[in-house]
Design a protein around this ligand. Structure first.
Ligand SMILES: Cc1ncc(C[n+]2csc(CCOP(=O)(O)OP(=O)(O)O)c2C)c(N)n1
Ligand code: SF4
Ligand SMILES: [Mg+2]
Length: 288
């Protein structure tokens, strides 16, 4: 995307909302921004359309702030709570029929590689646990089997948030939910481990309470996908509305998960490790 597309006519700039002017002046297009440089502009906006304290909206915000080239990135999503934030962004965004995101992303990546052979065009799937691990699981896995050069980012709130709190394959065992009144009776699906087995060259598991690690993992995933093959990031994005905790407790819950079932983890192939060392000069993933 060219920054020119979002530059307002000078004579009308003064009547535009603050967040549009902020996007033009401080937006990420054409430059490198980090979490500390976030403005209030629309793609990573404070005023999101989600419930108060929504972990998904923060996950979207942090992941978008880590895109290495937002103007050359196509985000592919599917129905679910993340769709609300993503469809309001000033990024290239495509929504798909539920669960089809990795198939659509595969086709778009191949098409972009043919159309722009000399330019890196990053294709990034961002969707919920229901979309990636339940209804779309075969599409997710087969994109990894085929070695598609796309990154898949799961916003894991461990529930079908958008449709009112049904059990997801990623819900923890025993979790009481609307469609699981006696508690979920099987374990969380090990998608992280499946990603490694199915051919992802890099994977990371992180929570929204670790923004630096999250940013570095997303950055690594997208740069490695350009050259080597599929990558996977699983972000814990707790949902106060369906998990019935106070919106003020979202980060505390995420921090606690980061010390328990969502402890930071990475895997990478030898080739990916070599590329990371070359790109980052041996820099460690910083602790938050
Ligand atoms: C083919 C199809 N099946 C079901 C739905 C209904 N639906 C919309 S969002 C959703 C669940 C989303 O859950 P998840 O992917 O975990 O995202 P979240 O809302 O939790 O962020 C479902 C079942 C749909 N839109 N299309
Ligand atoms: S239902 Fe949960 S995930 Fe969806 S917007 Fe509300 S807090 Fe966020
Ligand atoms: Mg979900």
């Amino acid at each position: 995307m060219s920054k020119k597309i979002i530059t307002p006519v000078a004579s009308l700039a003064h009547i535009l909302p603050e967040d549009y002017r902020d996007l033009v002046d401080r937006g990420p297009h054409g430059k490198s921004v980090g979490i500390k440089d976030l403005g209030s502009f629309k793609e990573i906006t404070e005023e999101h359309p989600h419930c108060a304290g929504c972990g998904v909206s923060l996950g979207v915000r942090l992941a978008l702030a880590a895109l290495p080239a937002p103007e050359d990135t196509l985000v592919v999503g599917t129905p679910g709570c993340s769709f609300f934030a993503l469809s309001q962004t000033a990024l290239n965004y495509s929504n798909t029929a539920f669960g089809n995101q990795n198939s659509v992303a595969s086709g778009l990546k191949r098409m972009l590689s043919i159309r722009y052979p000399d330019k890196d065009k990053d294709v990034v799937v961002m969707a919920g646990d229901g979309g990636i691990a339940d209804i779309g699981l075969d599409m997710t896995l087969h994109s990894w089997f085929r070695g598609e050069k796309i990154s898949t980012i799961m916003l894991d709130n461990e529930v079908y948030g958008n449709t009112g709190g049904q059990e997801s394959g990623m819900s923890p065992e025993g979790q009481v939910l609307h469609m699981a009144p006696k508690g979920k009776n099987f374990k969380k699906i090990p998608v992280f481990e499946m990603a490694r087995t199915a051919g992802c060259v890099y994977g990371a598991k992180v929570t929204i309470a670790s923004p630096k690690r999250l940013g570095m993992a997303v950055n690594r995933a997208i740069l490695l996908a350009r050259e080597l093959g599929p990558t996977y990031i699983q972000i814990y994005t707790p949902c106060p509305t369906n998990m019935k905790f106070s919106p003020a407790d979202t980060l505390r819950i995420a921090k606690e998960a980061g010390r328990a079932h969502y402890a930071f983890e990475e895997f990478m192939t030898e080739e990916a490790a070599g590329r990371i060392a070359a790109m980052e000069g041996g820099q460690e993933v910083q602790e938050d």
